[in-house]
Design a protein around this ligand. Structure first.
Ligand SMILES: Nc1ncnc2c1ncn2[C@@H]1O[C@H](COP(=O)(O)OP(=O)(O)O)[C@@H](O)[C@H]1O
Ligand SMILES: [Mg+2]
Length: 256
């Protein structure tokens, strides 16, 4: 891993940092505007570190609409999501709205501020869910049950709210397991689509995903069909009754 580098925002207009601020192609016309937005956001410096590389610089992550870095701000160390120059949208505002809605039901990293080109949010330290699943052996069964229950609860909260995340069928890039699981990235979220957060996550965790069989065993579920039936039942009528039924089929309701 290359060493981390702390860079004050006025230095962001220099190479190689400017290539992250304006990824993937340098556009001199937007540099100053972006640096001014960062000032409005009270970002003091950027900490270039992380598993993903842009040139020699480390960043936290990279997606099709953005690059995510660590930012030192007046509020502490946060995650800064930077709109890519080639993103298929002209602003982060819509994503920020969806993200704030998710926050209103306790889902997602806490969003601090947003502008046209940036979203500033809580930085989540942890494993992506695939990594977490690969490490199941390291955790207690109770710990695993807690994470699963919390993740399902969050998906149900989004379902009730009417916000469909849109990318939970392959959640490896969209669920980070920290002290608890955190759903990230609301760029594909919608309030006009039919919601399928819980059903998508269920499908991944217990049917199609890489550790489905192992998780079923852990929860003492003999037959995959039990899961398929409870998903079907929940889909028919999304609500507390069908959700609680589903949890009880998964043996995820603690017995008094
Ligand atoms: N708040 C956060 N805390 C920690 N890592 C994050 C955070 N937000 C995003 N990331 C990392 O950055 C990557 C890209 O972010 P994402 O929001 O998925 O971008 P995109 O919308 O471009 O797909 C994620 O896969 C994740 O690894
Ligand atoms: Mg993404």
């Amino acid at each position: 891993m290359s060493p981390s580098e702390l860079v004050g925002i006025d230095d962001l207009m220099k190479e190689p940092y400017v290539n992250v601020l304006c990824y993937p192609e340098l556009d001199p016309n937007v540099v100053i505007k972006r640096i001014n937005e960062l000032k409005l956001l009270k970002v003091n410096s950027i900490l270039f570190e992380g598993k993903t590389r842009i040139g020699r610089l480390g960043v936290v992550g990279k997606g099709c609409v953005s690059v995510v870095v660590k930012a030192l701000t007046d509020f502490g160390v946060l995650a800064l999501k930077i709109r890519r120059i080639d993103a298929n949208r002209i602003s982060m505002k819509r994503e920020a709205e969806m993200h704030l809605m998710a926050n209103s039901v306790g889902v997602g990293p806490k969003l601090f501020e947003s502008t046209e080109n940036f979203i500033l949010m809580e930085f989540i330290e942890g494993y992506d869910i695939l990594e977490w699943l690969k490490r199941l052996e390291e955790y207690t069964v109770n710990g695993i049950r807690k994470v699963l229950r919390e993740l399902l609860d969050q998906c149900f909260s989004l379902d009730k709210l009417g916000l469909d995340h849109g990318e939970l069928s392959d959640p490896k890039k969209h669920v980070i397991v920290s002290k608890k699981p955190v759903i990230i990235d609301f760029e594909s979220a919608s309030i006009s689509r039919k919601v399928s957060n819980l059903t998508k996550i269920m499908q991944y965790l217990f049917i199609g995903g890489p550790m489905a069989k192992k998780l079923r065993q852990l929860l003492g579920i003999e037959d995959e069909k039990i899961i398929i039936d409870s998903i079907k039942n929940y889909k028919k009528e999304i609500g507390w009754i069908s959700y609680l039924k589903l949890l009880s089929k998964l043996n995820l309701i603690p017995q008094a």
